[in-house]
Design a protein around this ligand. Sequence first.
Ligand SMILES: N[C@@H](CCC(=O)N[C@@H](CS)C(=O)NCC(=O)O)C(=O)O
Length: 215
Amino acid sequence: MPIELYAFPPSPRAFKVIVVANHLGIETTLRLVDIPGGAMRTPEYVALNPNMRMPTMKDGDFVLWESNAIMQYLAAQRPESGLLPTDERGRLDVTRWQFWDLAHWDTACATFIFEHLVKKLLGVGEPDQAALAKGADSFHRAARVLDGQLKGKKYVTGDKLTLADFALAPPLNYVEAAHLPLEAYGEIRRWYASLSALPAWQMTLAQAAPPAAAA
Ligand SMILES: N[C@@H](CCC(=O)N[C@@H](CS)C(=O)NCC(=O)O)C(=O)O
């Protein structure tokens, strides 16, 4: 039985796991979780993921939540891909960026995505300018770090594509729609362009049907 992914594909956190599965050619069954419809508050879903958030993965009787952990599980199915290096230093370099993603980058991007895109889609009011100003501080602080890291490198950890790239780039699918202030970060824009050209990225965008692309 294929791995089941409970996900709402337009979300960057869902995109992260779906794009890795697509890149690795791992067959998955998408269990669509309709966030606006409250699908994550059912007792069946809460039993899988008490956070009432997505994505969640189920492989037989093994259940895993947190997108970056799911990405590692998928990469471990194809160790030869190098997406999660097996040597300790290489692995920690990649996981370091996945931790940084959760601590800094994901939250900074999420503020813009929520204020400019999600609120509009849900029709729940105008962007909160105070939240955006605070978000901009966090965004620029993190973007400076990522842009500096990418100087002289094809990918985040070097010349090889890894989970670090797949973890960090998905929010950038919404640069325009979420007004992410990326103008000053040429390295990030160059890196995102190369990732978004990957066949798996294009395949996942088609599955995700992001509102920006649909608009
Ligand atoms: N750190 C978690 C974050 C999961 C998360 O916040 N998911 C959001 C979607 S973008 C969600 O399910 N939100 C629904 C809600 O808060 O009710 C991960 O990366 O998996």
